[in-house]
Design a protein around this ligand. Structure first.
Ligand code: SF4
Length: 386
């Protein structure tokens, strides 16, 4: 209102402005973060990174996967069988009413067959899609699981990095994958850049845990704090987990729970990662704890060539037990506020570039309101004018 001198453009003008000025809106959002940096609002080089799923303009019914299509085709086929049975019954009867009924049933069957043809055509599109799904209303929207059990949305995964001093959003992005596993380094790099710091501490939840991402962070001066997911099948089955094995770097061996030393015996490459395997069959054969350790001939321990990075992360996590509480305190408020502003439908625009503009506008508004609350409108206007 201040910027436009209390002009009151109608909603169409505003929508067109937003549609036609995507890059400028995103640049304004980034420029405001630069302004915040210049006026000294980023006290410490610490950010919390998080992702949240935002709904797209695409209902779940308009998103197709092979699984959903199979179930729907089965349902439609069942209905056709039911109607055909009814049609047989109607055909056996005589009179006008039976004839009318038979006509109605034929129409219904034809409509279902039409639906089947549509679903079969969709099956071909889904099979050709790189990630096995098609969204009809917004082709870039993706079906994603959310934290609620059994729930999911069709939408986008919005990433953000929030700084610790004034809880401003210093970096954000929108991605089309539900998983956060490959987002840590990219978000940390963006945050580091925006804050203009040489080194940065980044907190994230276990969904971001990835050895390669943590290594990439390390390489660019970002110290990450990410809890390790508890995925050990052995531990879940009541046997020793990998954390019960101690790596001795001087000897390049693992010391197992019974005190035996397991030397490195083999190296493999899996998904581009070099993995070393350690074991000692003779020790396992003679071990009194074997039942608590492995059902196999011997227990093998796998170590990634850069696992020292993960060991260092684990030590950091042990020394900073409050890191995850701080992370939650930083990230939950911005997403909650922005979602409340958006209402129950979240995004109004379609396609990834437009959705990126839309979220930039919200992030800009969020940061503006925060800075007005911190400095007051007059000081902020003065800072913009300088
Ligand atoms: S089974 Fe093997 S690896 Fe496991 S505790 Fe015994 S000696 Fe160690």
């Amino acid at each position: 209102m201040w910027l436009t001198g209390r002009l009151a453009p109608d909603h169409k003008t505003i929508a067109d402005f937003r549609k036609d000025n995507g890059p400028a809106i995103q640049a304004a959002c980034a420029q405001f973060v630069v302004l915040c940096r210049e006026i000294g609002l980023f006290g410490s080089a610490l950010v919390a990174i998080d992702g949240s799923k935002f709904k797209a303009v695409n209902t779940r019914d308009r998103n197709f996967t092979a699984n959903k299509l199979r179930k729907r085709l089965e349902q439609v086929a069942d209905h056709v069988v039911g109607y055909l049975r009814d049609l047989d019954t109607a055909d056996r009867q005589e009179g006008e009413a039976a004839e009318a009924r038979s006509g109605r049933l034929k129409e219904k069957i034809e409509r279902l067959r039409e639906q089947m043809r549509m679903l079969e055509a969709m099956e071909v599109r889904v099979a050709a899609s790189p990630d096995g799904q098609v969204s009809v209303t917004d082709p870039d929207a993706r079906s994603m699981a959310t934290s609620g059990r059994g729930s999911g949305i069709v939408g986008y995964n919005v990433q953000s990095a929030v700084e610790a001093e004034h809880h401003l959003i210093v970096a954000h992005d929108v991605v089309m994958t539900g998983s956060d596993r490959e987002q840590l380094a990219a978000m940390a790099a963006q945050a580091k850049d925006a804050m203009g710091v040489e080194t940065l501490d980044a907190l994230a939840d276990r969904g971001y845990f990835s050895g390669e991402e943590i290594l990439a962070c390390e390489a660019m001066g970002v110290t990450s704090y990410v809890p390790k997911p508890l995925t050990s099948g052995a531990k879940a089955n009541g046997r020793f987990g990998k954390q019960d094995f101690v790596y001795l770097p001087d000897q390049d061996v693992y010391r197992c729970p019974s005190g035996a030393l397991l030397p490195r015996r083999m190296t493999t490459i899996e998904k581009g990662m070099t993995l070393h395997r350690y074991w000692d069959r003779a020790s396992c054969q003679a071990c009194a704890l074997k039942a608590l350790c492995t059902p196999s001939v011997e227990r093998r321990v796998t170590r990634w060539e850069h696992e020292a990075v993960i060991d260092a992360l684990q030590r950091r996590m042990d020394l900073t037990p409050d890191a995850m509480r701080l992370r939650r305190r930083l990230v939950e408020h911005p997403f909650g506020t922005i979602k409340a502003w958006m209402g129950s439908t979240h995004f109004q625009m379609k396609r990834l570039p437009n959705v990126k503009t839309e979220i930039s506008l919200h992030v800009l508004a969020y940061n503006l309101k925060r800075v007005i609350a911190i400095l007051g409108a007059k000081r902020l206007i003065a800072a913009i004018q300088n």
